[in-house]
Design a protein around this ligand. Sequence first.
Ligand SMILES: CC(C)(COP(=O)(O)OP(=O)(O)OC[C@H]1O[C@@H](n2cnc3c(N)ncnc32)[C@H](O)[C@@H]1OP(=O)(O)O)[C@@H](O)C(=O)NCCC(=O)NCCS
Length: 119
Amino acid sequence: MTPGEGECYVATFAGALVATIIFKSVEQTRGSLWLDRSDVASLGQFAVAPELRSKGLGARMMDLVESRGVEAGATELALDTAEPADHLVAWYRRREYRFIEYAQWKHTNYRSVIMSKAI
Ligand SMILES: CC(C)(COP(=O)(O)OP(=O)(O)OC[C@H]1O[C@@H](n2cnc3c(N)ncnc32)[C@H](O)[C@@H]1OP(=O)(O)O)[C@@H](O)C(=O)NCCC(=O)NCCS
């Protein structure tokens, strides 16, 4: 990520970095019809260290960026994930993210799914 591309939040445990997530404001969210809308912010680079997964940390990181979206005045928070990653799409659906559109990014060799949640 280059400066100005977004806000990076991390979680640390026992001095080690164990989770990351990036919040992008509406101005920083670009790349498709949906992402170019003036009320759509987004998140990315989301991961939790394997040994700390399934303990609710991922949900807390998502809560954080959803709150940032509200604070920043966005009405939608978007994300993209790999279309074949059924478990992730299902996880985001459980958090009320809905399917918006497909995207084929230049830097990936698979199709991505753009999902979004009203915040
Ligand atoms: C996706 C990812 C960030 C989720 O992080 P996480 O910390 O495991 O997420 P949570 O713990 O909040 O939720 C995961 C599951 O644990 C369950 N869980 C939450 N708190 C729990 C607790 N205290 N005890 C037991 N289970 C719990 C949740 O219900 C959830 O189950 P579900 O998937 O059946 O809904 C993590 O799996 C990851 O880093 N994956 C690899 C990177 C990746 O794919 N990133 C997304 C790119 S788009």
